[in-house]
Design a protein. Structure first.
Length: 71
């Protein structure tokens, strides 16, 4: 019975660390995705404010606005 008592906390700790790592990975992915979107938005806004853009650039800008719910 003492063998089970000593391995149970180890199993719980391993499970907790696995869940924590998964959550951290998800948060990092979201931060990177948001940063990439914000950089693209900024670049498109700067480019289109200075000169006339291509239809593709306006489409990308509209898609970003739609994803951000900025109607």
């Amino acid at each position: 019975m003492t063998d089970l008592n000593s391995t149970l906390p180890t199993i719980y700790l391993g499970l907790f660390l696995t869940l924590l790592s998964g959550a951290a990975w998800f948060v990092v992915q979201q931060v990177l995705r948001t940063r990439q979107t914000e950089l693209k938005l900024s670049a498109l806004q700067n480019r289109l404010s200075k000169e006339k853009g291509t239809p593709q650039e306006y489409y990308e800008l509209g898609s970003i606005y739609l994803n951000k719910k900025l109607f």
